[in-house]
Design a protein around this ligand. Sequence first.
Ligand code: AMP
Length: 182
Amino acid sequence: MWWNWAVMNLKTALTFIRDIPDYPKPGILFKDITPLLADGQAFQAVVDAFSVEIRNSEIIAGIEARGFIFAAAIAAQTQRGFVPFRKSGKLPYKTYGAKYGLEYGQDEIEVHIDSFAGGKTITIVDDVLATGGTISAAIELALLAGAKIESVLVLFEIAGLGGRESLSNKYPEIEIRSLVSS
Ligand code: AMP
């Protein structure tokens, strides 16, 4: 076979995340996941580590854009459905929308109103948890659309920015899990 099934451990895989200082604005240390994605074994190790966390969720919901990459891979690996939270104006059907602030600006995400019809149990996935604004908006929309949120999974948590604390204060019943915390 031309491919290599050797499994990289998660710790090694996480070393592929690259720090880019002052991007996209001075003072921001950007966590660049592109080297991790570009290595097949590192990507697989991260998707495996996320996938073992999926229990009762019927849907893996990813946040545009980098959350899509992991959420879609986890959904396929665990045979769950995938739902996108998209930036405003991108979804074709009726949507719920929420504006939020993030570490370096302002944004808005939307979800189709019928994404979680019947009260689906879901896991929300993103790449980085910084101030928590993005995930808070996704939780708000998921609840509005009738979802039961089993957990929130992120690859990298920037602990110093208080995202976890602000989410836990607002949504104490929702479990937040990160693969690595700085
Ligand atoms: P926040 O809403 O402040 O928690 O920011 C999280 C969102 O913004 C995620 O969707 C990330 O993709 C992105 N983000 C925020 N800060 C960073 C960072 N330092 N490095 C990479 N992505 C970031």
